[in-house]
Design a protein around this ligand. Structure first.
Ligand SMILES: Nc1ncnc2c1ncn2[C@@H]1O[C@H](COP(=O)(O)OP(=O)(O)OP(=O)(O)O)[C@@H](O)[C@H]1O
Length: 253
């Protein structure tokens, strides 16, 4: 799914949260969104999900204004895992992931084999198949995060929005999740704090103070001067044997 953000500004009451953001995300692209705390990443993700309306500008999905797409269609095409997603309902893991199929169900369209397959594939992808019957409130933070991602995958979306998806995950699950996200043949926008994880993205957008400060490939964007200016850290980039590069952070400036 192609996403175009056109001169978007967003505010809450009178407080501007995003200002004059223009960017285009190509179909199948893995786009990383980075920036310091409070720079506007989650707000932009909510705009891309159609949950926060722009005060100026708009978001187009395949050329159609997101706010004009019916909610049910939007939910079939766009899946969003928010940063502090939670549920108070007494659900099993299976029921929580089955919720991802809700946009496809109607009085005329009951639960089908294709829904079972989507749920089972999603649970397998995040290695949560063994937890199917467990109650949500008995899961650890990392297990809950993986169930949220399974719910989003069960939606079989064209656009997957993940806000800090590796939060709570141990290092193995961080790596396996990023590998999974990297392998999905759909458009993905991922807000990340780990700048080394951001290195794996096709392109990165850097937010600072609600503005798009830079956009480009990871090697173009994640320069030592930018890291000093936007993140206030002293960093060095060095090559690793697989041909990619890694950032090493030494101190706060
Ligand atoms: N409802 C609100 N009312 C007032 N300010 C808000 C509201 N929601 C967000 N903000 C402010 O907008 C700014 C951007 O918030 P946002 O959550 O988008 O940042 P972020 O880049 O995702 O931050 P973090 O890395 O800490 O998750 C922050 O300064 C935040 O305090």
């Amino acid at each position: 799914m192609r996403i175009e953000v056109e001169a978007l500004s967003a505010r809450v009451h009178r407080t501007p949260l995003l200002q004059d953001i223009t960017l285009r995300i190509e179909p199948g692209e893995l786009f990383g969104l980075i920036g310091p705390n409070g720079s506007g990443k989650s707000t932009l993700m909510r705009c891309l999900a159609g949950l926060h309306r722009a005060s100026i500008g708009r978001v187009l999905a395949e050329g159609a204004d997101l706010v004009r797409i019916p909610a049910r269609t939007r939910a079939q095409r766009i899946a969003f895992v928010e940063q502090q997603a939670d549920t108070t309902d007494r659900l099993t893991v299976l029921e929580a992931v089955e919720l991802g199929r809700t946009p496809y169900l109607s009085p005329l369209r009951g639960w089908r084999g294709v829904d079972d397959a989507a749920v089972s594939d999603a649970l397998g992808a995040v290695e949560m198949t063994a937890f199917t019957d467990r109650l949500w409130h008995t899961l650890s933070g990392g297990e809950r995060q993986r169930v949220h991602i399974a719910r989003a995958l069960a939606q079989t979306p064209d656009l997957l929005l993940l806000d800090e998806p590796t939060n709570h995950l141990d290092i193995r699950h961080q790596l396996s999740l990023m590998e999974l996200v990297g392998s999905l043949p759909i458009t993905r926008v991922v807000a990340l704090h780990d700048l080394n994880q951001a290195m794996a993205c096709d392109r990165i957008g850097v937010l600072s103070g609600g503005r798009l400060f830079a956009i480009g490939s990871p090697t173009e964007v994640l320069s030592e001067p930018l890291l000093a200016e936007v993140f206030g850290v002293s960093a060095m980039r060095h090559a690793v044997p697989d041909g990619s590069s890694r950032l090493h952070f030494s101190h706060a400036l």
